[in-house]
Design a protein around this ligand. Structure first.
Ligand SMILES: NC(=O)c1ccc[n+]([C@@H]2O[C@H](COP(=O)([O-])OP(=O)(O)OC[C@H]3O[C@@H](n4cnc5c(N)ncnc54)[C@H](OP(=O)(O)O)[C@@H]3O)[C@@H](O)[C@H]2O)c1
Length: 344
C-alpha cells in the first residue's frame, strides 16, 4: 500500500542560525560561476575571494561577481584572514593538491565532485581534515536536495519494502576534443569519474557499499573511459546497474525498486527534479512529487553551501549525510571499476 501523502522534505534553509561564512573560490571556471551566483542569490553566505593561476582570469571573475579579493594561488587565498572556507572547482586531478593546501591553512573546504581521483587520495584528504579539525565535504549537491531527504524518509519508513534493484544512468555527449578536460586523463577526465560519480554515489546512498564490482566499458583515443556499465552486487543480493557516458546523451534517470514500491526520479535525477512512486503491480496507483522549493538547476547548488555552514555552526568536521568514510568507499569502488574498464 502506498502512503496517502508523501513526506515533507528536510531543507537546508538559509537563515536558520547557520554562520554567514566568507567563501573563497578556487578555479574560476564554469561551475565556479554557477556556484557563486547560487550562493549570492539563495544563501546567507558571502563570496569574497577567488584564486586563479592567471591574474586576468581571477580579476575578470571577481569583477563579474563583485568579489573584493583575488589571489594567484589557493594557498594565498586560504591563508587570508577574511576567508573562512574554500570551494575548490578545479579539475579532479587538482582536488587533492588544493584540498590539502586549504586544510593546511586551517580552513574548511568544499571540494567539487569527484572528491579526488583515487581512494588513496581521498584517504589522504580525510586524514588531513580530521587531524586539522576542519570540515571537508564533497560538493555532491544531490545529497542536499529536497528530493533526497524525501527518499531517505521513504526508505527509513519501509515504504519501498526491501530494496532489491537500483538503476541509474548519466550520459552526456561531449564533443570529442582532446583538449577538453573530460578527454584528458592527466586532469582526471573520463565518464565514470566526472559523470558516473552521480549514479555511483546514488547507489551508495540507497544500498551502501557493494560486495562485488563488475564493470565493462570502452575507452576514448585519448585514454579515458568513454562509457561503461557497472553492476554492483550488494548484501542480500540487491543489485545496482549504473551507466555513464561522455559519448552519448542518456535519460539520466534513476529508479529504486523494492518489494512494496518503486521510485523513479525524472530526467537529470541528480538535479532538482520530479519522482513517481508506484506500487509493485503494473496498474497500481502512482504518486507524483516535484521539488516544491522553486530552486531549479544550478540554483540548487545553494543547498550544499547552506548545509556546509549549518554543519560548521554545529561544530561538525564532516557532513552527516555524506561522510568522509562513505566518500572514500565510493572512490574505492570507482578504483575497482576503472581498473576493470581499462582492461575490458
Ligand atoms: N556540481 C556540478 O553540477 C558540476 C558541474 C560541472 C563541473 N563540476 C565539477 O567542477 C570541477 C570543475 O569543472 P568545470 O567544468 O567548472 O571546469 P572548468 O570550466 O575547466 O574550470 C576549472 C578551472 O580550474 C582551473 N584549472 C584548470 N586546470 C587546472 C589545473 N591543472 N590545476 C589547477 N587549476 C586548474 C582553471 O582556472 P584558472 O586557470 O584560472 O586557475 C579553470 O577555470 C570538476 O571537478 C567537475 O567535475 C561539477
Amino acid at each position: 500500500m502506498l502512503p496517502s501523502h508523501l513526506p515533507e522534505p528536510d531543507l537546508y534553509r538559509p537563515g536558520t542560525g547557520e554562520p554567514s561564512l566568507r567563501w573563497g573560490i578556487a578555479g574560476p571556471g564554469w561551475i565556479a560561476g554557477e556556484f557563486t551566483k547560487a550562493l549570492k542569490a539563495h544563501t546567507n553566505q558571502q563570496v569574497v575571494a577567488v584564486s586563479s593561476r592567471a591574474q586576468e582570469r581571477g580579476a575578470a571573475f571577481a569583477a563579474e561577481h563583485g568579489l573584493s579579493l583575488t589571489f594567484g594561488s589557493v594557498e594565498q587565498m586560504a591563508a587570508h584572514p577574511e576567508v573562512d572556507v574554500v570551494y575548490i572547482a578545479t579539475p579532479p586531478s587538482d582536488h587533492v593538491i588544493s584540498g590539502l593546501a586549504v586544510i593546511a591553512a586551517g580552513k574548511h573546504v568544499m571540494i567539487e565532485k569527484p572528491f579526488t581521483v583515487s581512494a588513496a587520495q581521498a584517504h589522504q584528504l580525510a586524514d588531513a581534515a580530521r587531524a586539522a579539525g576542519v570540515l571537508a565535504m564533497e560538493g555532491m549537491w544531490n545529497r542536499y536536495l529536497p528530493q533526497t531527504s524525501v527518499l531517505r524518509k521513504l526508505l527509513d519508513d519501509g515504504v519501498l519494502g526491501e530494496v532489491r534493484t537500483l538503476l541509474a544512468d548519466h550520459g552526456q555527449a561531449i564533443p570529442a576534443d582532446p583538449q577538453h578536460r573530460l578527454y584528458r586523463p592527466e586532469l582526471g577526465g573520463g565518464a565514470l569519474m566526472d559523470i558516473g560519480i552521480y549514479p555511483m554515489a546514488f547507489s551508495s546512498f540507497v544500498l551502501g557499499p557493494p560486495r562485488q564490482v563488475t564493470a565493462i566499458g570502452s575507452m576514448t583515443d585519448t585514454g579515458v573511459d568513454a562509457q561503461s556499465t557497472i553492476v554492483l552486487q550488494h548484501a542480500g543480493g540487491a543489485q545496482s546497474t549504473l551507466f555513464s557516458s561522455i559519448v552519448g546523451r542518456t535519460p539520466s534517470t534513476a529508479t529504486v525498486a523494492g518489494s512494496e514500491a518503486s521510485l523513479t526520479f525524472g530526467e537529470y535525477f541528480y538535479t532538482p527534479t520530479t519522482f513517481t512512486l508506484r506500487g509493485p503491480g503494473h496498474f497500481d496507483p502512482v504518486l507524483s512529487w516535484s521539488d516544491p522549493s522553486g530552486l531549479t538547476q544550478f540554483e540548487a547548488l545553494s543547498w550544499e553551501a547552506t548545509a556546509l555552514a549549518t554543519f560548521v555552526g554545529q561544530g561538525r568536521t564532516e557532513s552527516p549525510v555524506h561522510t568522509l568514510s562513505e566518500i572514500t568507499q565510493i572512490m574505492d569502488t570507482i578504483d575497482q571499476a576503472r581498473a576493470q574498464i581499462a582492461a575490458s
